[in-house]
Design a protein. Structure first.
Length: 761
């Protein structure tokens, strides 16, 4: 028995866990009974001893001095969720001590990130402070802090968690990252504020603020391990007790049932962030420090409105960026850098994060700052690429920069923009490995059988987040009777134990409902409705496990009829087609519909090619083969496309490709013959049309599979049905439009006028 297996067994026995749960723990480095106990049953007593932190004692002494001397104190925070929460924690504590305390969150648009001379002068004029305490910022503001202390005449202490730079501010500092060892270094800004309160007033006082610190810890995507796990674990309990009026009101707006870490990450934190992204974040502090019902009701409504505005702005920016990226050279520029002086800087970071998800590579977005000659922006990265190192490598071109492994902020003069794009990508070979840019499965665990007791045990692993990701399983799903949920794009199937939910998967209904083995990746949870609990498996991805039968007639025909601009393929030999991939890391897409074509393909050149059978897991252009692609696949980011099955006609009208793409065609008649075999006689075509016409008088359909299932047994296979429907499309009597599939009753024509029908005869 291996050492790992022995530990897995020990943990399973000690805590009465399913062995797969203990395997997950060991795989995540929790490889002893003691570590498992700390992870499964967090204890506040296990937090890093406060005396281990460098600088914390000195900062606490200076603040205590301010309290005793009745000094005027101003808290200077960042405008995001972490900064807002950290300011709220210190404000509530200092207010409870009778301090004349104020807070100031800079305006993202007029002040920018961190301390600025403009903001400091405004604070000096308005509050005349004796002490300014930074929260979640300040570690890179040496010059501004010197100005505050030497010119404006007030003391500054820094509490921050961002990566320090060589020249630290000349003041008292508490930043966990300045402690070399013996302490947990990955606290967020609010986490640092929480530990500061504990140093000032003891553990019982700090426990009052765990809910606020929990929000920031999850929102700031710091690793949810060790101290952060403890803060998040107990903070979630406090949030679900609903003790803080304003937070409870916001939760009730966007969360059903108990709050989980995913609710904070995807619902609560984005709402809190939204106000600072488009306006003034100072008002959001009231969400945590006020009990005034009128104030809170208005604030929560404003937060909801800001969030809706933020969503629309983000979507607009993402769409603009994706349009710009259709011209991007993914082969030679692995770090995407886009800029536009008209973009709103409030949504750059979140838009960059969405683009990272789509393209699986680092993204930096830049826009004009208040200085008409300067651009500023935000960057986000992928696992395995330290974006702060990438940015640091061109620091000579930058005015300011900062951040951490996965995110950064920066500014530079407009004259340096093009040099920045060129040099950061030239340096990328030192920081970016090709494999980091290739998509990969999120699941390493096979799970064929599970029950609700297993789901209960999984809950011991929460809260999930960075460093403790939600567990994704995989299994092979065979025959399953998936049904459409109402008129949505969602599908549902229930076996004896669980509900399987596939969101936005209507286009995969045929695969899901077939006897073809499917590989699915899924998460497991418990759904509670009216006190009834059901086991729920949420499908994250679907692919055909085995390419074992022809399955491409529907999509092969569908790409021949549509509204997209036609492209004509250049004939190419198979050997030359293979050579395209051998000479490229990214950007060659092979399309295949026919089983014989697939089987005859020499797979030896596919070592860097991902094979997707029925779906695209991202639109990121990397060398890949897609078996049975649909016209929904967005191929516009590919520079080279190879059709391994010759189109039925000389042009393709319904496949989304870039107008600048090179489209090649390997000549064979495999799919043409398959379609000919599926063609039915004239009377049968008439019977299909009558049945479809009758169904469309009662129901609305968006896809052929929905129609076929509604018709029941009409005596023809699905391939033959698809051939018939595409003949009707070719004749113009069946049309696809924004409202779905319709019959045009005004069209009168004869079957012989169908080019498709004549070709297949």
């Amino acid at each position: 028995m291996s050492d790992n297996q022995q530990v897995i067994n020990q943990i399973a026995v000690e805590f009465k866990l399913n062995p797969l749960i203990s395997t997950i723990l060991v795989n995540r480095g929790i490889d002893s009974v003691d570590k498992a106990s700390s992870f499964l049953y967090p204890k506040i007593a296990d937090l890093t001893p406060l005396d281990n932190y460098v600088g914390l004692g000195g900062v606490a002494e200076r603040i205590e001095q301010a309290i005793q001397n009745q000094e005027v104190v101003v808290l200077y925070g960042d405008y995001d969720c972490d900064g807002i929460c950290g300011v709220s924690i210190l404000y509530l504590y200092l207010q409870s001590r009778g301090v004349d305390v104020h807070y100031f969150l800079p305006n993202r648009h007029s002040h920018g990130y961190g301390l600025s001379v403009k903001a400091l002068e405004q604070i000096a004029e308005e509050y005349y402070p004796d002490l300014l305490i930074t929260v979640d910022c300040g570690i890179t503001n040496h010059d501004e802090i010197e100005y505050a202390q030497e010119v404006l005449g007030f003391d500054v202490v820094v509490t921050d968690h961002h990566e320090p730079i060589a020249e630290l501010p000349d003041c008292l500092i508490f930043n966990p990252k300045l402690t070399p060892n013996g302490a947990f270094r990955n606290l967020c800004g609010a986490g640092a504020a929480l530990r500061l309160v504990e140093k000032l007033a003891g553990l019982e006082e700090s426990k009052k603020y765990y809910d606020i610190a929990c929000l920031a810890t999850i929102a700031d995507i710091v690793p949810l391990v060790e101290d952060n796990r403890i803060i998040a674990y107990f903070g979630l309990k406090l949030i679900n007790m609903g003790c803080r009026r304003g937070l409870k009101m916001l939760v009730n707006k966007c969360v059903k049932g108990d709050v989980k870490s995913s609710d904070i990450g995807f619902r609560i934190a984005p709402r809190i962030n939204s106000v600072g992204r488009i306006g003034d974040a100072n008002k959001v502090v009231q969400l945590f420090v006020s009990d005034d019902m009128f104030v809170l009701q208005n604030l929560v409504e404003e937060i909801e409105q800001s969030n809706e505005t933020r969503q629309n702005m983000t979507q607009d920016l993402v769409e603009a960026c994706m349009e710009d990226m259709r011209k991007w050279d993914f082969e030679n520029y692995p770090i995407i850098v886009l800029h536009n002086k008209y973009w709103d800087d409030g949504v750059l970071g979140i838009a960059a994060a969405k683009l990272v998800t789509e393209f699986n590579r680092p993204v930096i977005l830049l826009t004009k700052s208040n200085n008409e000659h300067e651009y500023k922006g935000s960057g986000r990265s992928v696992d395995g690429v330290n974006i702060l190192e990438c940015v640091s490598s061109v620091s000579g071109l930058l005015n300011r920069f900062g951040g951490h492994t996965m995110a950064c902020g920066l500014s530079l003069d407009e004259d340096h923009l093009e040099d920045f794009v060129q040099k950061i990508n030239a340096n990328a070979k030192n920081f970016v490995k090709s494999e980091s840019l290739l998509p990969h499965s999120s699941s390493m665990l096979e799970l064929d059988d599970f029950d609700i007791d297993f789901a209960y045990q999984l809950e011991f692993l929460e809260p999930y987040g960075e460093g403790n990701r939600e567990i994704i399983f995989n299994k092979t799903l065979k025959s399953a009777n998936f049904e459409q949920i109402g008129s949505t794009e969602h599908l549902k199937f229930r076996d004896k134990k669980a509900d399987y939910l596939a969101y936005f998967s209507l286009d995969k209904w045929g695969l899901l409902d077939s006897s073809t083995p499917k590989n699915i990746e899924f998460s497991i949870g418990i759904n509670t409705f009216r006190n009834d609990q059901t086991l729920q498996a949420t499908i994250q991805s679907i692919s055909s496990g085995v390419v074992d039968k022809p399955m491409g007639v529907e999509n092969y025909l569908k790409v021949n009829f549509g509204n997209h601009k036609a492209v004509v393929g250049q004939d190419i030999s198979m050997s030359d087609a293979v050579r395209l991939a051998e000479n490229s890391k990214f950007g060659v897409c092979y399309l295949c519909y026919n089983l014989d074509t697939y089987k005859s393909l020499d797979k030896s050149f596919l070592d860097k090619i991902i094979i997707n059978n029925t779906f695209l897991d991202s639109i990121c252009p990397y060398n890949r083969l897609i078996f049975n692609p649909s016209c929904n696949n967005d191929l516009t980011y590919y520079g080279q496309i190879v059709l391994l099955d010759k189109p039925i006609f000389d042009e393709i009208n319904n496949l989304e490709v870039s107008k600048n793409a090179q489209v090649y065609c390997v000549c064979n008649d495999n799919m043409l013959q398959e379609c000919k075999n599926a063609l039915v006689d004239y009377p049968t075509l008439g019977r299909i049309f009558v049945a479809v016409k009758s169904a469309m008088e009662k129901y609305t359909f968006n896809d052929l599979m929905s129609i076929y299932k509604k018709l029941g047994d009409i005596g023809v296979g699905y391939d033959s049905f698809c051939v018939g429907m595409n003949i009707f499309v070719d004749l113009g009597i069946v049309k696809y439009n924004k409202d779905g599939i319709i019959i045009d009753r005004g069209v009168k024509t004869k079957l012989v006028t169908s080019k498709l029908y004549q070709t297949l005869l």
